[in-house]
Each structure stands twice: as C-alpha cells, then as structure tokens.
Design a protein. Structure first.
Length: 119
C-alpha cells in the first residue's frame, strides 16, 4: 500500500473511497456467513412423513415390512423407527432399473473384456 498525504480538500473523497471499500468487505463477509449457514442439514423423517415423501405413497405396514427385511435404510431407537432423507434419496436412486439398451451395452462391454483376457 502506498502512502499518500491526504489534504483537507481530499478528505471527503478519501472517506467516500474508504466507506465503499468497507461496504464491499462487509458484503463479502455476509456472503461467506450466509453460505455457511445455508448448508443443508440432513432431515429426519418419521414413518408417516416417509410414506408421504415416497413417490408411490406406500402404506405404513408396507414400510414396516421393508424395515423387517432390511430393504430400506432406517434407524431405530427403542420402538421408534426414523429415516434420514439423504439415505432414502440414495436408496431410491440405487433402485433404478436399467433400460434394455444399458443392459445390452453392459453385456457387450463384459464380453469384450473377457475376449481380450482370453486371447
């Protein structure tokens, strides 16, 4: 930073510049604080909320069946079962059924890798 002698006549201009820089700095700090506050926290769902959240809106008994067979991710404290929304989202995405084209491409890739391995 260079030193500059500020005269009395330059004082209003210097104050304006300093206030602009201070406002800019405040804005940047506020943006950083807002980003850290807006980090999404994982949401807990009870059985009823889960049934409402799932696309096919299954009955509560259906979800109880899934938990007893460990087909769906869940957490249990005593008699109460709870579900993490992020785990349910991952479970829904993992259940994607591949299209015929994807299956054929996968099979072709598998055969190609086996042929190259044998010869």
């Amino acid at each position: 930073m260079t030193e500059k002698n500020i005269t009395f006549e330059d004082l209003p201009k210097a104050m304006t510049w300093m206030m602009d820089k201070l406002n800019e700095l405040t804005s940047k700090v506020d943006n950083i604080n807002n980003q850290s506050v807006q980090q999404p926290t994982d949401q807990w769902l009870n059985l009823k909320e889960l049934c409402e959240y799932l696309p096919n809106h299954p009955a509560e008994q259906t979800v109880y069946g899934w938990t007893s067979c460990h087909q769906i991710p869940f957490h249990k404290r005593g008699k109460r079962i709870m579900f993490l929304k992020s785990e349910i989202d991952a479970w829904l995405h993992d259940g994607k059924i591949k299209s015929q084209k994807e299956l054929e491409a996968e099979a072709a890739q598998f055969l190609k890798s086996k042929r190259n391995h044998i010869f």
